[in-house]
Design a protein around this ligand. Sequence first.
Ligand SMILES: [Ca+2]
Length: 158
Amino acid sequence: MSPFLFIDKGQSLQQQIHSQQEKLQNCLACPDVWIPLENNCYLFSNTSATFGAAKEICNRAGAYILEDQSPREKSLTKTKGYDKMWIGVTDNRQEGVFVYESTGTRVNNGDWVKGQPGGGRNENCAVAYKDSNWQWHDYPCNHKFDYVCKKTKGTFKM
Ligand SMILES: [Ca+2]
């Protein structure tokens, strides 16, 4: 979509305003297949993937693997029927230091299941379990799980 506003002289001012508002709303909406919730857009995987592949797919869309889930995000996720899904949190770079993939910032209050993470060097990626109310376990990154890409509304190229 063009960022420029075109004024049609045949339209009343009110019509022009309405038309520009519609264009703006289209810019702020989520693209096809992505699900809107509050200020974000979500893409739910159809097939499972390793953590690295999931990350690449999300990054290619300018998004990142879902991280901490709000209660509303958890409700949305529940509708998808996943048993487990990746969370964009790893200690790949430094064992025991979990960081958010999207920002590289350290996870201080991760939503870990009690006793997790506990896999040491063999388990460097976080997985949310439905049966644990989507709390996290650490898991080997080369396993394949479902995943959700998340992106802020209005950041898509038109
Ligand atoms: Ca680890």
